[in-house]
Design a protein around this ligand. Structure first.
Ligand SMILES: NC(=O)c1ccc[n+]([C@@H]2O[C@H](COP(=O)([O-])OP(=O)(O)OC[C@H]3O[C@@H](n4cnc5c(N)ncnc54)[C@H](OP(=O)(O)O)[C@@H]3O)[C@@H](O)[C@H]2O)c1
Length: 268
């Protein structure tokens, strides 16, 4: 029997990409799953595909505190408790800092950082009771600042630091706190990344087919949750970037600059 059988798993941002793959993998492992996102139709479609399985869906914007509170209250009404919270909902951006509107940066931080804090605040009492897990899907950008993605990097550094503090606070409680940092993973994130004025850029500059699949990413995350790991860093490129930045930061500046700029232009 799966370790996750009958456990209640809450996943923010389950309508697309890594979140959707996590929802499907946890359902396949016998968990009861609750997920939220802003777009109801996509979640409803996912629920229809998995009709008959214990999947609760809810429309919520994690940057809004009341949405997070009501989402968690609704999970408790439906399933009675929470064992595992995966703060996955997130959004990216593409603009040099000199050009970006400050509201664009605020929006990214509100979703990626405050979304994690707010959802965790309301779910934590139940996770403490069950000695469960709090997880955040962070990024390599939470270890290494990335040009053109300054708000995204800031939000993910904030997540990593906040999760580390929380992990230390909960050291003796039996709750595991883990931040998982995927590398480039095929998903919708680049299509909907905000441009300098906060609108979706509407394209991906990468060949998504060459990236790690969301399903493989979810597999590694689920495995790490079961092993109650502290952190998870994914992809060879991601691991190399974290290593280089820790031990050879000046060299990392050069490589990262070369990777994200072509002929002096930011790669979006
Ligand atoms: N893909 C990568 O290369 C990569 C790499 C490193 C880290 N990550 C991280 O992985 C996580 C998932 O990203 P992804 O690549 O799977 O992106 P994605 O395909 O764009 O999916 C993002 C999900 O989050 C939801 N979401 C976005 N803003 C939300 C909000 N304010 N409130 C509630 N839900 C919201 C989206 O649904 P709605 O739009 O309907 O709300 C969607 O379900 C993010 O935290 C991202 O930073 C991704």
């Amino acid at each position: 029997m799966s370790y996750f059988n009958n456990k209640v798993v809450v996943i923010t941002g389950g309508s697309e990409g890594i979140g959707k793959a996590l929802v499907e993998l946890f359902l396949a492992n016998g968990a009861k799953v609750a997920s939220c996102s802003r777009n109801y139709d996509k979640l409803y479609h996912l629920q229809q595909i998995h009709a008959g399985k214990p999947l609760m869906i809810y429309t919520a914007d994690v940057s809004i505190e009341m949405d997070c509170r009501k989402f968690i209250e609704s999970v408790i009404e439906t399933f009675g408790t929470i064992d595992i919270l995966i703060n996955n909902a997130g959004i990216s951006m593409r603009s040099l800092f000199k050009d970006v509107e400050l509201d664009t940066l605020r929006k990214v931080v509100d979703i990626n950082f405050w979304g994690v804090v707010q959802t965790t605040k309301f779910a934590l009492p139940y996770i403490l009771e069950n000695k469960g897990s709090v997880v955040a899907i962070s990024s390599i950008a939470g270890y290494r600042g990335l040009p053109g993605r300054s708000g995204y990097s800031a939000s993910k550094f904030a997540v990593n630091g906040w999760m580390e503090a929380l992990r230390t606070e909960l050291y003796d409680t039996g709750v595991n706190v883990m931040w998982a940092c995927p590398g480039f993973t095929a998903s919708n994130i680049r299509n909907v990344a905000l441009n300098r004025v906060g609108k979706p850029q509407g394209e991906s500059p990468m060949d998504e087919k060459k990236l790690m699949t969301a399903e493989e990413c979810a597999f590694h995350i689920v495995n790490a949750i079961e092993k109650r790991k502290r952190t998870l860093v994914l992809t060879a490129n991601g691991k190399l970037t974290v290593f280089l930045n820790k031990y050879f930061p000046t060299l990392a500046d050069k490589f990262v600059r070369r990777f994200f700029f072509r002929n002096g232009e930011l790669v979006k």
